[in-house]
Ligand binder design. Structure first.
Ligand code: SAH
Ligand code: SF4
Length: 395
């Protein structure tokens, strides 16, 4: 593992010019309107900006040579193209990268916030795991993110900005170099970032408007062009919002199921008390666009002696009957003070065989980036420890 640069105390973020990077087309139009551009020019100018920001990954307005010098100057005086700042980058021995991103402070009273974002390279694809909130309000008992105090929704720009940061760091925009310190695969179209999963910090469906707008920014064919079939939104089960996600946006859906009985799921995923399993599965059956070719992924974290028996595996298969499903078994990733252990490997295999024999693909998710605490549910922990260590060292 390598960490660069050394983690420092966060400087009180300066209040900066608003950034246009990460905005929707409508928001770009509004920004141009605020500069006094005539209404008839707005669409065309917004499209030009869109191309420069999302297709070329421009770092400044003066690169935008097909925009008049006067307008470039006006844009530069009023706005920036800043992205969330990389406060720390860690590269795991398996090529996984974790970025600690510091968000710009937009008002004097806003609390400085940080999020984490993880890149997972595989031979044929590169997956970026993005956050939708700072922290999470939901307190699932096996997840470390839920224990974090500060929680707020990310803006559309902060969500899309994570993908822009990754593309810049990985040399994924025209004219940039690939880093040489780790495995960076070429996915679809030769891209390092080919897939997006909303499996970082936060519950995406508690921030559904900004998440859907960000998915539309990422999927836009004239810009970042990541197909919605390669974007997966994972939810712990906010049943009433699932229909909207499918009807208005249409990304792939993943459900953090983790238990087959309400009594146990109430404990692991407390949101289950509000939206129990039957209600959640009905929302899945009704998910617009779900089919055998576009299956819903059910995530199931393997907790030793808690949810990993053969009876649980059989019940899982029965439960998902009639739902176009894939099952993703996730070995539990421990964090300091966690009240669970990961199931034994033989137990996971036995569970996986039962699911497989019932006709489901049941890949066991290989834990990635464990040496940098970048695996599912570990986000935010190590950074806090590192910062405490950096503070001690400074003292
Ligand atoms: N809040 C959303 C998305 C983020 S969590 C959700 O819960 O779906 C992404 C996935 O990581 C979820 O399936 C979550 O249950 C799982 N997860 C959380 N903590 C984990 C841990 N310690 N080990 C393994 N998986 C974990
Ligand atoms: Fe929040 Fe998901 Fe963690 Fe539950 S598993 S606390 S919903 S981030």
């Amino acid at each position: 593992m390598s960490a660069l640069p050394a983690l420092a105390e966060p400087a009180p973020s300066a209040i900066v010019k608003p950034s246009l990077a990460g905005l929707t087309r409508a928001e770009l139009g509004d920004a141009l309107r605020a500069l006094g551009l005539p209404e008839r020019e707005l669409r065309m100018r917004a499209s030009q900006l869109w191309h420069w920001i999302y297709f070329r990954g421009a770092g400044g307005f003066f690169e935008m040579l097909n925009i008049s010098k006067g307008l470039r100057e006006q844009l530069d005086a009023a706005f920036s193209l800043a992205l969330p700042e990389v406060a720390c980058e860690q590269v795991s021995s398996d090529g996984t990268r974790k970025w600690l991103l510091r968000l710009a402070q937009t008002t004097a009273s806003a609390k400085p916030a940080e999020i984490e974002c993880v890149y997972i390279p595989e031979s044929d694809r590169g997956t970026l795991c993005v956050s939708s909130q700072v922290g999470c309000t939901l307190n699932c008992s096996f997840c470390h993110t839920g224990t974090q105090k500060l929680v707020r929704n990310l803006t559309t720009a902060e969500i899309a900005g994570q993908v822009m940061v990754a593309r810049r760091r990985l040399g994924d925009f025209p004219g940039l170099e690939r880093p040489t310190d780790g495995l960076v695969p070429s996915g679809e179209g030769g891209r390092a970032v080919s897939n997006i999963v909303f499996m970082g910090m936060g519950e995406p469906l508690y921030n559904i408007d900004n998440v859907m707008a960000a998915v539309d920014v990422l999927a836009d064919g004239d810009g970042l062009a990541i197909s919605k079939r390669r974007i997966t939104v994972s939810t712990s089960g906010v049943a009433p919002q699932i229909e909207r996600l499918g009807a208005e946006c249409g990304p792939m859906l993943a459900i953090s199921l983790h238990a087959v009985r309400d009594s146990l799921r109430d404990e692991l995923v407390p949101l289950n008390r509000k939206y129990p399993i039957a209600k959640l599965l009905q929302a899945c059956r009704d998910y617009p666009g779900a089919s055998n070719a576009r299956r819903i992924t059910f995530e199931y974290v393997m907790l030793k002696g808690v949810n990993d028996s053969t009876a649980d595996a059989k019940a899982l298969v029965r439960l998902l009957k009639g739902v176009p499903a894939k099952i993703n078994l996730i070995p539990f990733n421990p964090w300091p003070g966690a009240p669970y252990e990961c199931s034994d490997w033989e137990t996971i295999e036995r569970f996986s065989d039962i699911v497989f024999d019932a006709g489901y693909a049941s890949p066991v998710r290989t834990p990635r980036g464990r040496d940098i605490l970048a695996a599912c549910g570990q986000l935010k922990s190590e950074t806090e420890k590192l910062r405490a260590r950096a503070r001690l060292a400074a003292e």
